[in-house]
Design a protein around this ligand. Structure first.
Ligand SMILES: [Zn+2]
Length: 127
């Protein structure tokens, strides 16, 4: 799908799980890697706790498992801010793929998706 992707498909079960995890981590941020199967994000690998402070999420490429099904990332904003930070945008462009941000108060609508170039993508929740 590459850079032309305009839409992100995610299972409802995974989205609800991610929102639960974000609430559990609050007031800290969490971050994870998203695994895709048949064009739908189905699973999240939570990045090790302790690497993330309350002000910034810090990904290192050495943390990334060797896994071809990883097609994106997710992280939480413990504030009602859906827009990516400068650091987020820099990370997105290096990582490629698609990137979800879930933000306080972590309800069903508190999720946005961006391409690696920072373009807002439509989220399709798959039952
Ligand atoms: Zn962020």
């Amino acid at each position: 799908m590459g850079e032309s992707i305009k839409e992100v498909r995610i299972s409802r079960e995974l989205l609800e799980y991610i929102l639960d995890v974000a609430r559990d981590f609050y007031p800290n941020e969490f971050a994870g890697f998203l695994r895709e199967e048949n064009g739908v994000f189905e699973e999240v690998l939570i990045a090790p706790a302790g690497h993330f402070g309350s002000s910034s999420v810090f990904f290192n490429t050495w943390m990334l498992p060797h896994d071809e099904t990883i097609k994106g990332t997710v992280h939480s904003h413990p504030v009602p801010v859906a827009t990516p930070s400068e650091a987020d945008l820099s990370f997105f462009s290096k990582f490629g793929g698609v990137h979800l941000i879930v933000y306080w108060p972590f309800d069903e609508d508190s999720v946005v998706a961006y391409s690696s170039s920072g373009e807002r993508l439509r989220i399709v929740v798959v039952d």
